[in-house]
Design a protein around this ligand. Structure first.
Ligand SMILES: C[S@@+](CC[C@H](N)C(=O)[O-])C[C@H]1O[C@@H](n2cnc3c(N)ncnc32)[C@H](O)[C@@H]1O
Length: 455
């Protein structure tokens, strides 16, 4: 797909141009081009599942429009841009975010620091997109989501008209300026190619789609915005003599004229972007998986790796799911000897710890489906309690779900299993060694049921 151009591609020169090309352009970008890129901000955040409490990185934040929208959703926002000017603008627009100057593919963050990573029209600004994706994957936690946008080329009339006007005026591509970049160059289906690129980088569950809209703008204002606020078109045009620029502008006017609106001085230029999203592979529940640490009222007060949380008795969150088959029998199992806590003990619940940024509901569904080896479960939340022992403490959310009897329990978690009626289970309570938190949850569930008003 890219091989024909790869041999002549100079990634370092492209990156060097990107570092100089944005200088002096941030204010103009904010006033003009950012009104165009704003259109994909909400779809981008939706694709990355950014919500309240999500630790999100907005990479190539520019003036911070994505970061600001993520803050408005209640996310915990970090934003970086290679341009110190842009980073300063973003810091001014997003006082609630941590904003830094940082250049992909080297970010100043520890592995697995974020629940979500987003980049609005940034990946196409990297000399080496694969290296950038590898770095974004490193800072994303296992199971976390990435969402990125880029432009469609020809279909994207709002920008394509500039290159076409330059070409129509007979201006050759100057040797010292890069072309518009290699990103997905030559791909006939850019949405599919963007998804493939994420899969090749090692992400999973990749999805991509086109986002289309009309960019309604005064054509003269749009010309001025792109010339002043974007590095490639801007650098090419500002160096040309006035007469040549006037010739290009005439051709631009002719190209945008067919998009005139009823409103005088307005054009509706077709804008087409590609939005691609995927998940970082891996179970979120290894011992180095990051967990939210919570206080006695279940408010998040920090984060720690799971191993450290267990070792230091840092309060975190767990889910307990009682799984019943169609005959109301309860799934009971013995834990494997390798489990971090309570190895080889019996449990009448499936479940486990809640990952950082994960909701109880998400964790309940994930844990139940993974541990039982079935899909499409819908655990129903019942109540929460604070489990405390001298060694452990966690907020515990208790759920119930219906499961098929044909389960395929996870071998790493479940050494043995069966389905028992409530009476059979009650008679085993004093015979088998049960996990203490599960036993506590079971007793509370029984009491909660008895206290529940009958329908
Ligand atoms: C087209 S702008 C997008 C800005 C913003 N995300 C938006 O939606 O309007 C591209 C931004 O990426 C930044 N950028 C380019 N290369 C970068 C890199 N290697 N690392 C971080 N930021 C980069 C630029 O400085 C610029 O602010």
């Amino acid at each position: 797909m890219m091989s024909a151009m790869t041999t002549t591609w100079d990634a370092a020169a492209f990156d060097a141009f990107e570092r100089s090309g944005w200088v002096g352009r941030s204010d103009a970008y904010q006033r003009g081009f950012a009104r165009l890129t704003a259109h994909t901000v909400e779809p981008l955040l939706d694709a990355a599942e950014v919500g309240s409490g999500t630790a999100v990185l907005d990479v190539g934040t520019g003036p911070g429009i994505v970061a600001a929208a993520a803050l408005a959703r209640g996310a915990v926002v970090t934003a970086v841009d290679a341009s110190p000017e842009m980073a300063a603008l973003a810091a001014a627009t997003c006082p609630g975010a941590e904003v830094r100057t940082a250049v992909l593919p080297e970010l100043p963050f520890a592995d697995a620091s974020f629940d979500a990573v987003v980049g609005n029209f940034v990946i196409n600004h990297l000399g080496d997109a694969a290296a950038g994706l590898a770095e974004l994957q490193r800072v994303l936690r296992p199971g976390g989501r990435i969402a990125l946008t880029c432009w469609e080329r020809e279909a994207m009339r709002a920008t394509a008209v500039f290159g076409e006007a330059v070409a129509a005026a007979g201006i050759p591509q100057p040797d010292d300026l890069p072309s518009s970049g290699l990103f997905l160059a030559g791909a006939t289906d850019r949405a599919a190619a963007f998804g493939d690129l994420l899969a090749t980088a090692g992400f999973v569950d990749e999805r991509s789609r086109r986002v289309e809209w009309d960019h309604r703008v005064d054509p003269d204002a749009w010309w001025a915005a792109v010339v002043a606020g974007t590095p490639l078109t801007g650098s090419l045009i500002v160096r040309l003599p006035d007469g040549v620029v006037a010739g290009i502008k005439q051709r631009y006017d002719a190209l945008v004229a067919p998009f005139a609106q009823g409103t005088p001085g307005q054009v509706a230029l077709p804008a087409v972007a590609v939005l691609a999203t995927a998940r970082r592979a891996g179970s979120p529940l290894s011992t180095d998986e990051i967990l939210d640490i919570v206080d006695a009222e279940d408010n998040v007060i920090g984060r720690a790796p799971r191993g450290e949380a267990t070792a230091k008795r840092l309060r975190h969150r767990c889910v307990f799911i009682l799984a019943r088959d169609a005959d109301d029998r309860i799934f009971v199992h013995r834990r494997t000897a390798e489990k971090l806590v309570f190895p080889s003990m019996h449990d009448m619940f499936v479940g486990g710890v809640v990952g950082a940024g994960e909701s109880y509901d998400e964790a309940a569904k994930r844990e139940a489906e993974e541990e039982l080896g079935v899909s499409g479960l819908s655990p129903v939340p019942l109540f929460r309690f604070l489990y405390e022992s001298p060694e452990h403490t966690w907020w515990s959310a208790v759920y119930e779900t219906r499961t098929p009897t044909e389960v395929a329990p996870q071998q790493e978690e479940v050494a043995w299993h069966t389905f028992l009626t409530e009476d059979e289970l009650a008679s085993r309570l004093s015979e088998w060694a049960w996990v203490p938190d599960g036993l506590d949850a079971w007793r509370r569930l029984t009491a909660w049921r008895n206290a529940e008003p009958a329908d």
